[in-house]
Design a protein around this ligand. Structure first.
Ligand code: TRP
Length: 348
């Protein structure tokens, strides 16, 4: 048994096998500190207790990035290396590429019959995406985005889905689909639950509530020391404070949110906050300490990436090959049950 977020989460099924966790990233670009706090640390812990699947959602990229497909290979590579560098162990967790498990598309098609158009249109992230990415004519495929995600989750028969709050409406849809399928055909799927991130949501360097690539307010896991320094020194702080002797605001100040998230010395953070509020420390000192803290967190991650690649330059290929094999086995098993339940296996 483990305790998470105040609720008890079992780690074994009634039937005795380990519970399954599944999560994934869209390969949009390098992983950043927001990913570390929001999901990567969670995954590293989960791989010890759960049968863990991490998928690289390249098919999901087709819903919004058809004109950026040339970046896909590099972004997939970065995503896999990022996961490995923060401590995902491919002997414990299965990392796989969504497009290498074609049963995903088959299950997506079946699930498409179980979701009404109006239900899919009500998913809040659809409107957000259309607005943020200024999509003039949303595709049929984009409407299916959360249905495809449900196919990811249920194809591996996952019980737990560690994702940020922005994804909870998608997990909710996966739960509905699992219940509908199980009730109408046969009990093939566990009803998955979302697991909230352990570390909360990290703000962006510009002070917006969320660190995000599209807002260009990230500090990336593989930014070198100079880049980290430059980004931290340019970080948004307290706009009302003109001199180090002015009393400053800690609340809503991302520099302190970062100290809270990453500084291992709570006494130092408390001291910096007290001096900031009473006008006895300058932004340069507070930021300088943050640069040191971040570099001490990032440098072992970056070292691990170098070691992994030095040890095996084809590590990404190897991890994805063995991940695909494992995921394909699970997928074949699920699809066989699904086709039998739906009686579309008569001539198999
Ligand atoms: N939609 C998720 C995101 O944007 C990525 C994703 C795809 C995912 N399939 C998934 C997450 C399955 C969890 C489970 O971050």
């Amino acid at each position: 048994m483990t305790e998470r977020e105040g609720t008890t989460t079992r780690t074994v099924h009634a039937g005795g096998h380990r519970l399954r966790a599944l999560t994934g990233d869209r390969p949009t670009g390098p992983l950043h500190l927001g990913h570390l706090v929001g999901t990567l640390q969670n995954r590293v812990a989960l791989q010890e207790t759960h049968r863990t699947f991490i998928l690289v959602a390249d098919l999901h990229m087709l819903t919004t990035r058809l004109d950026h497909l040339d970046e896909l290979e590099m972004n997939i590579r970065e995503d896999v290396l990022g996961n490995l560098a923060v401590g995902i162990d491919p002997d414990k967790a299965t990392i796989y590429l969504q497009s290498q498990v074609p049963e995903t598309a088959e299950l997506f098609l079946y699930f498409g019959m179980l979701v009404s158009v109006s239900r899919a249109q009500r998913i809040p992230t659809l409107k957000d995406k259309v607005r943020e990415l200024r999509i003039a004519r949303p595709s049929y495929g984009l409407l299916g985005y959360p249905v495809l995600q449900a196919a990811d989750i249920l194809l591996m028969r996952a019980d737990a889905v560690p994702v940020g709050p922005d994804q909870s409406s998608h997990v909710e849809l996966a739960r509905e689909i699992a219940r509908t399928f199980n009730g109408r055909f046969a009990p093939v799927f566990p009803v998955p639950t979302a697991l909230a991130p352990l570390g909360g949501t990290l703000p962006g360097t510009d002070g917006s509530p969320k660190m995000s690539r599209s807002l260009r307010n990230t500090i990336d896991l593989f930014d070198d020391e100079a880049a980290v320094r430059e980004k931290v020194m340019a970080m948004y702080t307290d706009p009302t404070r003109l001199r180090a002797t002015d009393p400053g605001h800690v609340q809503g100040n991302p520099v302190f949110a970062f100290h809270d998230a990453f500084n291992p010395d709570p006494d130092e953070v408390a001291d910096l906050k007290a001096r900031y509020v009473s006008g006895r420390v300058g932004d340069v000192e507070v930021k300088g300490r943050l640069v040191d803290v971040l570099n001490s967190i990032l440098s072992p991650i970056q070292q691990r990436r170098r070691d992994l690649l030095a040890d095996n330059p084809l590590i990404v290929e190897d991890v994805l090959r063995s991940g695909a094999k494992q995921a394909q086995m699970e997928a074949a098993d699920t699809i066989r049950q699904v086709r039998a339940a739906m009686q579309i296996d008569s001539f198999d």
